[in-house]
Design a protein. Sequence first.
Length: 146
Amino acid sequence: MSDLRFEQPVDDATLKDWQHVHNVIIPTHVLSLDDVRERAGRNHLEVAYLGDVLVGCSTVRPPDDDTAAATVIARVLAAHRRQGFGEKLYARGLDRARELGAEAIETVILSSNEDGVRFAQQHGFVETERYLLPGDTIPWITLRLA
C-alpha cells in the first residue's frame, strides 16, 4: 500500500477518473464531466491510485448554513475492496471534514451498495434517513457518525 497516492482532481484526466469511480459505484445517478467540475468547485474531491491504477475516490461536502455536519463519502472500485483503501480514503475525508469545522459527520450511500453500508456501520455510522430521489427506484441512506 506504500504506492497508494491521492490527488485532488484539477485536470480533465483526474476529473474523469473521479467521474468513472462515481458512475460505476452509483449507476443510478450518472454524472457528466461538467457535473463533476461543478462538484469540484463546492466540495473537496480526491482520487486514489495504487501506482498508476485507479482504485477509488472521495468527496467531502463541507458544513454550510443549513447544517454543521460535513458529509464524507469514500468509494472504492469492487476489484480493490477489502485491501485498506477505503480506510485510507475515509480517514483522509474525516480529517478534511474536521479541518472544515464539521460538528458532525454524515455519509450517504446507495442502499444497493451493501459493501458501503457495511463499511459505514462498522465505522460507527447509524442510519438517520432513507429516501428516493425523483425518478430513482433504489433508496439512498443517510447515516451519521454516532
